[in-house]
Structure formats: structure tokens, C-alpha cells
Design a protein. Sequence first.
Length: 409
Amino acid sequence: MHGVVEYDISHIKGPLANTFLMLINALFFNVKLIGLNDVYPRDYSQQLLKEEETVFDFIIVGGGAAGCAAAKEITETNIWTVLLIEAGDYPSPSTEVPGLFQAHPGSREDWQFWIEQDKRACQGMVNQRCMFTKGKVLGGTSAINNLRYSRGLPDNYDRNNCDEWSSTVTSAIFDKLESYIGSEELQFHFGTSGEVHLQLSNFTGHPKELLYKAYKDTGYLPMPRRKYIGLTDHTLTIRNGERYNMAKAFLTPIKDRPNLFFTKNTMVTGVVCTEPVDKRAVGVNVSIDGNEFFIRARKEVILTAGPINNAKLLLASGIGPANYLKERKIPLVADLAGVGKNLQFHLVVPMYVAIDPCENCPKDYYKELDFIADISEYILTRRGNLSGIGIGEFAAYILTRASGSSFLT
Ligand SMILES: Cc1cc2nc3c(=O)[nH]c(=O)nc-3n(C[C@H](O)[C@H](O)[C@H](O)COP(=O)(O)OP(=O)(O)OC[C@H]3O[C@@H](n4cnc5c(N)ncnc54)[C@H](O)[C@@H]3O)c2cc1C
């Protein structure tokens, strides 16, 4: 059954009615505790509208993972003021529920980009176009993504021969960033005192067990520590059953710093440069509630608006391939051939399989009544199926053509 489910509860009386009321009260009490905006910095947008001239040392465009981390770092020293600008709003309560992760692509917390038709990608989709989800909300895509956390393999970093990004350097950074609570038997050692909170969910659903069994039958075993081939449970960016988006990670601990200013529902429409003199970025044009104005940066404008909007903003500001800008009559500030090119993305190939119902499982994952029980369990205890991402927590790292690489041994 789909849509709103209606129940006739008029016949419930006596102890059952009391239990029902207790449940309702508990639900309401707990509902209040999820998705509170006061864990985030206060919104400064209305003050910005009132000020005649606005100037900050640093302007950060985009409150996603990168923007929140940059805001935390730069405000460490209180001699600089930082304005963090986000086009979206505070994350809605439903983004906090890990099990609802699939509900947000296409919502108002997504930019709702669609890729253009081409002859290779998305051929099986309606109109051969795929949605290209990007978070439009404080926390950015980290507030609506699939919550899985894993470090890249050492080879991913070492193969570029770039000392600053070697696996030795990056693993020290990961150690510092992570705050993992849980068993020690995972493939990676995780840091335990950083900002990014990590846990395994308590989901133990039937489909995942089946997958473990199927892979074991083909010879794959649980992944030994630091071996990188085998079966494992994904660590998630969650804490106590709630999503830990990157605004919570990086902004919540510093939300009251007097040199941090945050403005939501604020669209940056362009970067303004001192052109043609020295081509320095001196500020941004923004739009709030239909009011357009300029905000000046004394030192730097930092673009952390994500892969699509970073390029879009640069192009709209005259920074990009000269010919492309000329065709669109955008005055040239800097001829940079690579802007808007070379986007790389990983494919997701969903595969659907039919499985037998589980005879001996305490719950059947697919029955609607179980889903209702899951909702109550989640609201009351932050446990159960909604506290994780279901089958997506299972990961099999399998041998491919790269199997000759040294990182496997
Ligand atoms: C469906 C999906 C699932 C994913 N699952 C995982 C996963 O399980 N694990 C994982 O590690 N990664 C996952 N990712 C990737 C990961 O979430 C992103 O790589 C990461 O969040 C990107 O962070 P970012 O700060 O670079 O950019 P974004 O998160 O895109 O942040 C950019 C921010 O800038 C704001 N912005 C953009 N333009 C403007 C403007 N003009 N003015 C003002 N603000 C603006 C946006 O609203 C946004 O908040 C997933 C991505 C998607 C799409």
C-alpha cells in the first residue's frame, strides 16, 4: 500500500489506549530532538540586507564539506573575519535519518541537475538523462549522500607521485579528522578524536546476511585488516543513529566564534575581479530574497561550491576558455582552458535480484507494518533499520584487472 495509511483507533480503550498515548507522547518528545537548527551557526542574512557596506577578510562560497572545513580552519585565528555563504537552508530533520537517504535526491535540498543527453551515458534512463544530485543545503551533499565512509586505498594516493598527497601524508590527515567509535576489527585503523564522527550501524538485516553468504560461497572472506580485498561493513558518517553531516562535523564545534558569519538562502551569482589590472578577486555578487548586492573580500574569495557550481560561477565571472566566453558574450577576465572541463564521476549500477522471504527472521524487511514499527523504533531509540542504510552497508572489494597492484599484498 502506498501513500498515507489511515487507522481507525476509536475502539482502543483501557491499558492499550494508555500505551498508545505513551507512545504518542514519547514520539513527540523525541521528534523535537532531531534536526534542531541551533547546532549550526546563526543565520546572518537579514543583517547583511540591512548593512550599507559589507566587507569580510575571507568569503567562502558554498557550505558543503569543503566550505565548512575551510571556515573552521580560517576562523582558528581571530584576526580574520569569515563569511560562509550557502545557497540552501539548514538541513531538514529528515536528512538526519540515515535510512531516508534515498528520499532527498530530487528534493528542494538537491540542485536537481540533469545531465545532457550523450551517446554513451544513461542510455537506459527516460530520455537518456540521469539526475546528477548535488546538495543545496548547509552541509552540501554530505547532508543528503549515502553516508558511507572509507579511505582511499594507499595506491590511490601514491600513484600520482605527488609528495603532498602521498598515502603517508593523507593517512596522518585522516587520523586527525576521524572520530570512530566501534570495534577494532575494521580494515583501516581510524582516528578517534577528530571532527568526522564514524560508526557502524546496528542494522543486521536479512538481505545483507544473504550477500555475505553468497560471496563466501564464491571464496571471498571478511576483509583482513590492511589487505583491501574481501567483504566488509561500511563505516558510516553517523553518530548515535543520526547522520553526521560535515556542517555538524566542522561548524557545530565553532558555531559561536565571533569572527564566523554564516548566511543561508544566499545565492552567489558571480565573483568580482579587479580586471584587467591584476585580476584579483575582490568580492562576490549575491542575491538574498530577490535583493542583489556586492560583498567585498579584503583577502580572498574561496570557491567551495562543488564541481558543477564552481565551474559555473567561474565561467559566469569571465574566467574560463576565451572562445567559450566570447560566444556567450561574457567579458573575459582570465583565459583558462580547463574551467568547465574534465568532470569525472563514478558510475552507480543498480542491480535488482529477487530473494526468498526470510522464514526465521524476527522481521521481514519488506512488509509495510515492519516499516511502521521501524519508524517508531527509530524515533524512540534511534536504532533499527532507519538508523542505517540497509543493504548499502555491505561492501565487497573484489579482484579486478588491477589485481596485480602492490597494494593488494
Ligand atoms: C547521491 C550521492 C551519494 C553520495 N554518497 C557518498 C557516500 O556514501 N560517501 C562519500 O564519501 N561520498 C558520497 N558522495 C559524494 C560526497 O557527498 C561529495 O563528494 C561531497 O559531499 C562534496 O563536498 P563539496 O563540499 O566539495 O561540495 P558540495 O557538497 O556540492 O557542496 C557545495 C555547497 O555549495 C553550495 N553552493 C553551490 N553553488 C552556490 C552558489 N552559487 N551560492 C551559494 N552556495 C552555493 C551548495 O548548495 C552546497 O551546499 C555522494 C554524492 C552523491 C551525489
